[in-house]
Write a protein that binds this ligand. Structure first.
Ligand SMILES: Cc1ncc(C[n+]2csc(CCOP(=O)(O)OP(=O)(O)O)c2C)c(N)n1
Ligand SMILES: [Mg+2]
Length: 375
């Protein structure tokens, strides 16, 4: 890892910053990697994005494994439910990790988007504090799991997992448009089940009509809780719907990190260039239950054993090694760093106070403290 850092920084091309126990690298400012049709990225950018994405995936997986272990222990550290993004990290980080928080982009992550959230810039402390109920968390210890956000920093809290994020991001993008801000992209995610809701249709239609710079990542994990694709929609591929909305559609293997990165790079570039909403549908499988209370016994063994059942983290490691993008010792270092970061964040959150049951006002949610930057 350090060798890689030295190699990259030695070329003077990358700005590595140390924050929240992880190095974050930024795209060099002022350089354009977009071709005329917005579809190509240089190999150097692909490699740098993929390496950072894998590191984020490893961290997200380690964090979620820890939270899952707490939940399963039954010792009461977690008062809400636990919902994992296991198996969906590649697709998630390919969107969240390629948006630029510091330039005003927006990312509305859902319950499967721990990797995307971290890729966008959510700190591991925000995640740990929310699950473990610390008052220092962005929801001040009141939210059991994933309805957390920092709207001022481009991370709206999710309302529901069922398609509502699209309208939320539309509103934020319209607000930026009215303020005269240009070149900003909003990313929203949805599941296959969410695409059947009115909220999804209304949101995507509105974005198309307004030609908003919106990128929607639909993680088709084959099930909405236990409802399979054949009970969910009658079109062959969800991407077929893009034509009906009048937006650009992409259908990809969502377990493939490099394919996901390249596709979202193109989609984000197009949205940023003013070409309106982009719909990316990724085929994958969630490698967990709907929540940790669900054993997912309804998922056929054949599906688990097939291509979609491949673990995207394992696949990405193999892929990046084969491409010569990084070495096994560097991957091992990612794992070690992630384990240390998770333990440290959990220890910090556990040591912090929880909301007081009688002294706290317990209004459901007040975003004022977030908007005013008081946390
Ligand atoms: C309006 C609304 N209806 C139902 C639910 C309960 N619910 C939460 S997630 C979910 C299934 C979602 O399936 P999908 O969109 O495929 O996402 P996945 O869980 O597979 O990521 C349901 C029924 C909800 N949160 N909100
Ligand atoms: Mg689903």
């Amino acid at each position: 890892m350090l060798r890689l850092l030295r190699q990259l920084s030695g070329k003077g091309k990358w700005d590595w910053r140390f924050s929240n126990q992880i190095f974050r690298c930024r795209k060099p400012q002022g350089e354009s990697f977009t071709t005329m049709d917005g579809s190509k990225m240089t190999n150097e950018v692909l490699q740098q994005t993929a390496v950072e994405a894998l590191r984020t995936m490893v961290l997200a997986r380690a964090f979620e494994n820890k939270i899952s272990a707490f939940y399963r222990s039954g010792l009461g550290q977690i008062s809400g439910g636990v919902y994992l993004g296991r198996g969906q990290e590649a697709f998630s980080v390919a969107l969240g990790g390629q948006l630029n928080k510091n330039e005003g982009d927006i990312f509305a992550g859902l319950i499967r988007d721990q990797a995307g959230r971290m890729g966008f810039g959510e700190s591991i402390d925000d995640a740990a504090r929310t699950y473990l109920g610390s008052v220092k968390g962005p929801m001040r210890g009141r939210d059991g799991n994933i309805h957390r956000g920092r709207p001022k920093e481009g991370m709206p809290a999710m309302i529901s997992h069922l398609g509502t994020s699209i309208s939320t991001v539309n509103g934020m993008l319209m607000g930026k448009r009215f303020q005269g801000k240009v070149g900003i992209v909003g990313g929203a995610t949805a599941g296959d089940g969410a695409t059947s809701t009115g909220a999804f249709h209304e949101g995507l239609n509105q974005a198309a009509v307004e030609k908003l710079p919106l990128v929607v990542g639909v993680a088709n994990n084959q099930f909405a809780y236990s409802t399979s694709n054949d009970r969910q929609f009658a079109c062959e591929d969800l991407v077929d719907r893009a034509i009906g909305y009048g937006v650009k559609g992409y259908s990809i293997d969502g377990t493939d990190l490099l394919e996901s990165i390249k596709t979202f790079y193109e989609a984000i570039s197009r949205a940023r260039a003013g070409e309106g909403p982009q719909l990316v549908v990724g085929r994958l499988l969630r490698l967990a239950g709907h929540g940790e209370h669900d054993d997912a016994g309804y998922v056929p063994d054949q599906l688990r054993a097939g291509e979609l059942g491949k673990d995207c983290v394992v696949k990405a490691k193999t892929q990046l090694l084969a491409e010569g993008m990084l070495s096994q010792p560097e991957i091992d270092q990612f794992e070690d760093e992630a384990a240390v970061a998770v333990e440290a964040a959990v220890e910090r959150a556990q040591a912090e106070p929880k909301p007081h049951p009688s002294e706290d006002s317990w209004h459901a949610l007040s975003a004022r403290h977030l908007i005013e930057g008081m946390l």
